[in-house]
Design a protein around this ligand. Structure first.
Ligand code: CA
Length: 242
């Protein structure tokens, strides 16, 4: 893979320089701009591999920048990692619903920042390399979701899911590593089963976790934001003995 290119959109020079320093040390080439309009301008001319987007910007705020990027066919595939203030869950929810791929809260640790950037770059490299879109093998091969047959297998054993639970798990597992908000889950399940409320989403998630048995922790709670399906089997899930 050639050297990835990142665009940092941040008006606070110190933070921009810090982010740039850590990315470049990891072999990611980085450029920074200080305003939302400038960011849109740069992205139109040379698409970066990832955008680190501060939400509080002087001219066009980060949510609006994200909305415009995700609406444009040319730029919607560029992953966006939001830089947000700690405790700004409503901003995070709005950003994810606008199409942002992930977020890092400030002040951030370099380790977390790089993990998020690496993860979105990796996910963008191999979108659904699975072959048959109806049958997906996840969590190191331990979970199989067969949409055509409406069947779920956990560690080789069939598991009994309701229509709602199936739709919910299928939606979360479509994009491992991505945070999904409750409203996104409600929208995805809508039309396939009963209408859910944000509270009943939590109830169904609990049921899905239980039915996933040792893999239940693969559905992570992202406090104040929603849920994330993990990219690997959770550390707590001891593989079945042969
Ligand atoms: Ca700012």
């Amino acid at each position: 893979m050639p050297q990835p290119v990142a665009l940092i959109v941040e008006d606070e020079t110190e933070i921009a320089e810090l982010v740039q320093f850590h990315l470049e040390r990891e072999g990611i080439s980085a450029q920074s701009v200080r305003s939302g309009r400038k960011a849109l301008d740069v992205v139109r001319h040379a698409k970066p591999d990832v955008i680190l987007l501060d939400l509080m910007l002087p001219d066009l705020d980060g949510l609006e920048v994200c909305r415009r990027l995700k609406q444009d066919r040319e730029t919607r595939d560029v992953p966006v990692v939001m830089l947000t203030a700690r405790g700004a869950e409503s901003d995070i929810v709005a950003g994810i619903e606008m199409g942002a791929d992930d977020y890092v809260t400030k002040p951030f640790s370099p380790r977390v920042l790089l993990a998020r950037v690496r993860a979105v770059l990796r996910r963008n490299q191999a979108p659904g390399a699975d072959g048959n879109p109806d049958r997906r093998t996840l969590l190191d091969g331990r979970l199989v979701i067969d949409a055509a047959r409406h069947a779920i297998t956990v560690d080789g054993s069939p598991a009994d899911f309701t229509v709602t639970e199936f739709a919910l798990l299928e939606f979360l597992a479509q994009k491992p590593g991505f945070v999904r908000t409750r409203d996104q889950i409600i929208a995805a399940v809508h039309g396939r089963s009963t209408v859910l409320s944000p509270r009943t989403v939590d109830v169904h998630v609990t049921a899905v976790r239980r039915k996933l048995g040792p893999l239940g922790d693969a559905i992570e709670t992202v406090r104040g934001v929603g849920y994330r399906f993990s990219e690997e089997a959770p550390a707590s899930a001891v593989p079945p003995t042969a």
